[in-house]
Design a protein around this ligand. Sequence first.
Ligand code: NAD
Length: 511
Amino acid sequence: MYLGRMTSQHPAITATTHLDALAAALGFALPQGGVEVFSPVDGARVAGFDPVDAAAVGAIADRAAKAFHHWRTVPGPRRGELVRRLGEELRRHKADLGMLVTLDCGKPLSEGLGEVQEMIDICDFAVGLSRQLHGLTIASERPGHRMSETWHPLGPVAIITAFNFPVAVWAWNAALALVCGDSVVWKPSEKTPLTAIAVQALFDRVVADFGPDAPEGLAQLVLGDAPTGAALVDHPEIALVSATGSTAMGRIVGQAAARRFARSLLELGGNNATVVAPSADMELALTGCAFGFMGTTGQRCTSLRRLFVERGTYDSFVPRIISAAARLPIGDPRDPANLAGPLIDEASFGAMQAALADARALGATVHGGERIDGSGAGVYVRPAVVEMPTQTGPMLRETFAPILYCLRYDTLDEAIALNNAAAQGLSSSIFTNDLREAEAFVAASGSDCGIANINIGTSGAEIGGAFGGEKETGGGRESGSDSWKAYMRRQTSTVNYSAALPLAQGVTFEL
Ligand code: NAD
């Protein structure tokens, strides 16, 4: 168990001192504009940007359409070569970009570096994919006919991303979209624009070296908040809107895209659960649950938020979770001794305190959850473990903060029903050494989530699998497996090489 270290002190956190040097190393200038950008590490203002207005978004989308018309004719493996070079550039700049991720969104440096590694991994995956955009041949019912299915590039893709994975989610989308022959326009979170500017600068350098196959406008960046994103979603040239963020955002964006019959790929909120069964390896379960709910300060879409522990196991297991939360080293995310950094902002802290107050009003017992002093204007909190009387109130909402709601269960059927009672359907897991329980959890009548794990936690997905969730999580799938198909259009072709024209289903039409 890795949680035994003492809480480190963080008397003089100064994110700003690093930023100028990082920006220079990564080849971009810190923007200065009207919308202020703060580092969650110390709450200091580090830059400012001017949001892109609707007219400028229109010009950018038109440029993306022009780029698409050229890029779709470039052979897939050549498109893969561009993404291979992007991966190489990311490898070269992993240390600096990982640190910038940490300063921009406040996650511990090992996670900032991990996020860049995820970008590299998806580039590698996409390079292989660029030679495997396979279609099908299909048996025709008519003599002298051949049927086939071909995947073609789709069009410009809008990528809207959340603050908590400020660069990896762009890479999940962009690496696949680019090998699939699409152009991309990225609207990052207004809370984390610096990493987006850095990645765009890096991409631009790769394109400049690539030669004329890569057109101007192949991957573009638009900075702004909801109105900028909405202008992109409404633009008729955008063929696919891939949006990652809250369910509230997805409800608006999904409907706006549907109004003009554009495709959408929605990766929205989660309210993820773990079941701890009596046969579980308790050390494994403890570490899995601890990282699940406290890792990334509870600010992952897959963070563990609900814990169901078998009644006879609860009293030995839950106190260990409470103790782990009380001992978690929290502080400056650049210090490797700290396993959790700050919340993104004061609003997050307010939402966390409101959820805890709601839980108390329902009779819950709350352990932790208080602000940690001594960290300047950064918002550092002790994770909260909340023992609930029933699954109700805030336990059925996603609060983007380190709160773990705990409840006892008696039977596995009850635990599965509790797991499935959330409006969202992103991630779930069970810790058990009972084969029957494990299989039941991942069966058709088991967890209803897009991710169902056995003996690991809810968070920390690899890029090889399709990532996404059901119900209010939006239904989209990104990253591995056959997620690439979302970025292409499918064409079915029937070729008649006979001298007759028989109709399907035996229909006759004699003139
Ligand atoms: P958010 O919904 O506030 O913002 C996400 C993005 O959407 C931002 O870029 C924002 O500017 C944009 N946006 C907001 N309203 C818009 C509109 N009307 N039109 C177009 N764009 C709009 O989310 P956040 O606070 O940045 O991130 C946290 C949320 O994201 C959580 O709910 C979390 O679960 C979710 N999330 C989901 C996944 C996933 O893969 N399922 C991954 C990361 C985060």
